[in-house]
Design a binder for this molecule. Structure first.
Ligand code: BEZ
Length: 228
């Protein structure tokens, strides 16, 4: 099954969406993108996921990130289901769903992008889309991908957290450690020699002593985030 590797340019596909006909690169413009697939409309786990994504949509916008959902159902289903999701969120009446949902009833896109789950099939035996997340940079390259099966819902706070890390590390020669949150210390990558690290991080570099004697656990203060 074809798929996408980190660093690949995400194809500039055209598709019908709840926001009208959409051409990926034009829609994203200079923004980052989070393109995420889900198995089916009118299903419980997907409803909770899209509900959470809708709640967090102002946080994604603040980071200059556009959200785009995708599934193998029709546009008509997407429009009907968006109303259910807004109701699940107890959104004010008259609220609009904040981001487009792409219709891929022919499964062309999910197949091209490697988002199908061969283990999860519909009533006719056709595979459904998996819970795939692509984070796309302003250069239209794939920066991160996450792949969950249909039976496990994603955590959209984690997706926001990885966007924070991706945006920080796109502009600074640092790496973020386990469970990093904005404002926490960051790590100096192994590719930066000691002398260069001293010059590069005037806030200082703290190295933790280890039994091996190797000085690879190097921390520094988080650089100021770049305005995306
Ligand atoms: C769900 O969204 O609840 C779901 C969809 C397909 C398979 C399993 C669960």
């Amino acid at each position: 099954m074809p798929g996408m590797l980190l660093g690949d340019i995400v194809p500039n596909f055209e598709a019908d969406s709840t926001f009208g006909r959409l051409k990926l690169h034009d829609f994203l413009g200079d923004c980052w993108g989070v393109l995420f697939s889900h198995p089916r409309d009118f299903t419980p786990v997907c409803t909770t996921e899209l509900g959470r994504a809708a709640q967090l949509s102002p946080e994604f916008s603040r980071r200059n990130v556009k959200l785009i959902a995708l599934s193998v159902d029709s546009l008509e289903d997407h429009h009907g289901w968006s109303k259910d999701i807004l109701a699940y969120n107890n959104a004010e009446s008259g609220s609009e769903f904040p981001f487009p949902i792409i219709a891929d009833a022919g499964r062309h896109l999910v197949e091209t992008l490697g988002m199908l789950d061969p283990e999860e099939k519909d009533q006719t035996g056709m595979p459904l889309s998996a819970r795939c997340v692509f984070v796309i940079g302003p250069d239209k390259k794939l920066k991160l991908s996450i792949l969950y099966p249909a039976t496990t819902g994603r955590n959209f706070d984690e997706i926001l957290r990885v966007v924070d890390s991706l945006q920080l590390t796109a502009h600074n020669r640092v790496a973020t450690p386990v469970d990093w949150r904005p404002g926490d210390s960051v790590m100096v990558p192994p590719s930066i020699p000691e002398q260069e690290a001293v010059a590069l991080f005037p806030a200082g570099v703290y190295t933790k002593d280890l039994p091996s004697g190797k000085k690879y656990l190097r921390y520094t203060a988080q650089p100021n985030p770049h305005q995306e």
